[in-house]
Design a protein around this ligand. Structure first.
Ligand code: FAD
Length: 466
C-alpha cells in the first residue's frame, strides 16, 4: 500500500530527511516489544523514510505530497508508546516531530506549545517562566513528547489529582492539519477535542497544543513499606481522598516486585514487603505526617529530602506507571503486564478478588486516579507470562470479575482502548483523511465496520516479514 514512494521522496528532498537504514529501523519502532504478542507480530515493520518537518507549513507540504501519491504517513513523537502506535504497519513515510519544539506562549494557568516538545523540557520552561508545571505527565516525561502524550497516552503522574487526559479541561485546544489534496488547518476545543486526542494520529496531525498548568512544587518523594499489600492499597486509597493534602502520585506495588525488580532498593526492602510510592507537596508534609500517624505509621523506606540510600534511587516517579513494568522486564524479560481499571464504589474489593483468583501469577501494581470526583485505581499488574492463550484467559477472567481491561497486547485503537469504536474519531477520519493514509491499520472501524472484539484484528495490508 505504499503508493509512489519514489515520487514523494524526490518531492520532499529539500526537507529534513533520513533514510539511513539503521535510523529508519529505529524510528519505525516504539515500545511494542513490552508485549510478547505484539513483539511477534510487529518486529519486522519498517517505514520507507523519515521526514522531520520544522514547521506547520512543512507538515502541510508532507501531507499534501503524500496524499497526491497515495503514500501512508505515520507520525512519531519520541516513540515511547507501548502498542505499536507509532509503527508504520503498511510502510510509507514516518513523520518525526522532533523539530517542532517551540514554546509559543506561557500564561497564568496555560501554555501554548508545538507537539514535538519533550514533556520534561516543557516543564522546565514553564517552571522557569512562572513557577508552573504540567498537571499530569507520563512516567516517560524525560523522553516523550507532549504531542505523543495527547495522541497516544492517557494519564500518569498527576492523575491522582486531575484525572485522565480525556477528562474535560485537561487539554485546552488542539490545532490539527488534515490529510487531503489541500490540507486544512482546524482548531478543536471542548467536546471536539475527543475527535483527535488519543487517536494515534489516524485522523489529523496535531501542530499546536494548548495545555492547562498548575503551580509547580518541589515534590517530596516517599516510599513507604507495608507487610500486607492490601494495607498499602487501602492507605493509598484513603490518602487520595484527603482533599487537603496535595499529592501528585499514589502507587501501591505488591511484594516481591520492589525486592526483585527495583535494584536500587536492594538492602532497603524485604522480599515480602509491599511499598507505596507517594509524591507530596512540601506544604502538605505536616498533614501527610499526621495522616501516617493516624494510620499506624508505616515504615518510611525512603524520602527524597532525607535519604539514607548510599546510591540515590533516582526519581521515584520513574518506578511508577509503566516504568514498573520496564524495571521488571529489565530483570526478567519473560514477564508481561496488563492495564486494568478497578472502578466502581469499591475498587479495593475488586483488587482483592483478582489477587485471590491469580495469586503470584498476576502481581499487583496500582495507580490512584481521580474519576468524576471519586478515587479509583488503575492497575498495571506484572503478569507471569506463559502463552497468549493463558494471557487471553487472564483478561477474560478480569472482565468476568468486573475489572475492565485496556488490552496492551493489541495495536488498534478499539482493542487497546474501550473495546468499542469511537464514532467521533471515525467520522472525523472520514472527513479529514478520505484516502485512509494516516497511520493505516490502527482504526479498525475504518477498515472493517463489522468487526467484533472476539478475535484479534489483523490488518490485511500489514507489511509482510521478508
Ligand atoms: P509516540 O509513541 O511517538 O506516539 C504516540 C502516538 O501518537 C502514535 O500513534 C503517534 O502516531 C501519535 N502522534 C505523535 N505525535 C503526533 C502528532 N503531532 N499528531 C498526531 N499524532 C501524533 N503513557 C501514559 O499515558 N502514561 C504513563 O505514565 C506512561 N508511562 C510509560 C512508561 C514507559 C516505561 C513506557 C515505555 C511507556 C509509557 N507510556 C505512558 C506510554 C508513552 O510513553 C506515552 O504515552 C508518551 O506520552 C508517548 O509520547 P511519545 O512522544 O513517545 O509518542
Amino acid at each position: 500500500m505504499t503508493g509512489n514512494i519514489a515520487a514523494v521522496r524526490e518531492a520532499l528532498d529539500h526537507l529534513d530527511i533520513d533514510d539511513n537504514p539503521a535510523t529508519l529501523k529505529q524510528k519505525s519502532r516504539d515500545f511494542f516489544w513490552y508485549s510478547p504478542v505484539l513483539k511477534e507480530k510487529m518486529d519486522h515493520l519498517i517505514g520507507d523514510f523519515v521526514v522531520s518537518p520544522r514547521s506547520e507549513e512543512e507538515v502541510i507540504e508532507v501531507l499534501k505530497t503524500c496524499f497526491a501519491h497515495d503514500v501512508p504517513v505515520t507520525t512519531r513523537g519520541a516513540g515511547t508508546g507501548n502498542y505499536g502506535q507509532a509503527m508504520p504497519l503498511a510502510g510509507g513515510v514516518v513523520m518525526h516531530m522532533k523539530n517542532m519544539t517551540k514554546v509559543k506562549e506561557i500564561h497564568p494557568g496555560r501554555v501554548i506549545v508545538e507537539p514535538g516538545k519533550v514533556v520534561k523540557d516543557l516543564d522546565a520552561e514553564t517552571r522557569a517562566h512562572s513557577g508552573q508545571e504540567q498537571r499530569m505527565m507520563p512516567s516517560t516525561y524525560g523522553t516523550a513528547t507532549i504531542g505523543g502524550f495527547i495522541a497516544g497516552g492517557s494519564g500518569g503522574i498527576g492523575s491522582v489529582r486531575w484525572g485522565a487526559l480525556r477528562d474535560l479541561g485537561n487539554i485546552l485546544r488542539l490545532r490539527v492539519v488534515t490529510m487531503e489534496a489541500e490540507p486544512r488547518i482546524l482548531e478543536f476545543t471542548g467536546e471536539d477535542l475527543a475527535r483527535v486526542s488519543h487517536a494515534y494520529g489516524t485522523n489529523g496531525i496535531i501542530t499546536e497544543i494548548e495545555m492547562p498548568l498548575a503551580p509547580a512544587y518541589d515534590w517530596v518523594e516517599f516510599a513507604l513499606g507495608f507487610d500486607d499489600f492490601m494495607q498499602a492499597a487501602q492507605f493509598g486509597y484513603d490518602l487520595a481522598q484527603q482533599d487537603g493534602i496535595l499529592v501528585k502520585l499514589i502507587t501501591p506495588i505488591e511484594a516481591p516486585i520492589p525486592f526483585k525488580f527495583f535494584k536500587r532498593f536492594s538492602g532497603h526492602v524485604r522480599e515480602d514487603q509491599s511499598i507505596l510510592i507517594v509524591l507530596v507537596a512540601p506544604h502538605s508534609l505536616d498533614g501527610f505526617t499526621a495522616f501516617m500517624g493516624r494510620n499506624n505509621d508505616p515504615d518510611v523506606i525512603y524520602r527524597s529530602d532525607a535519604s539514607t540510600f548510599e546510591r540515590t534511587p533516582g526519581h521515584l516517579a520513574e518506578y511508577t506507571w509503566n516504568h514498573t513494568t520496564l524495571r521488571a522486564l529489565q530483570v526478567d524479560p519473560t514477564v508481561t503486564y496488563l492495564q486494568v481499571r478497578y472502578g466502581g464504589p469499591d475498587p479495593l474489593a475488586k483488587v482483592a478478588k483478582v489477587r485471590e483468583t491469580f495469586g503470584a501469577e498476576v502481581l499487583q501494581h496500582l495507580e490512584a486516579m481521580r474519576e468524576g470526583g471519586n478515587v479509583i485505581y488503575a492497575g498495571l499488574p506484572i503478569v507471569d507470562y506463559s502463552d497468549e492463550a493463558r494471557l487471553n484467559e487472564i483478561i477474560a477472567i478480569h472482565e468476568e470479575l468486573g475489572c475492565m481491561i485496556f488490552n496492551p497486547h493489541r495495536y488498534t485503537l478499539e482493542e487497546g482502548g474501550r473495546q468499542k469504536t469511537d464514532d467521533r474519531q471515525l467520522k472525523f477520519k472520514q472527513e479529514a483523511d478520505p484516502k485512509g493514509l494516516l497511520n493505516p491499520g490502527k482504526m479498525i472501524s475504518w477498515d472493517d465496520p463489522n468487526w467484533s472484539y472476539d478475535t484479534m484484528y489483523a490488518y490485511p495490508k500489514m507489511k509482510q516479514a521478508s
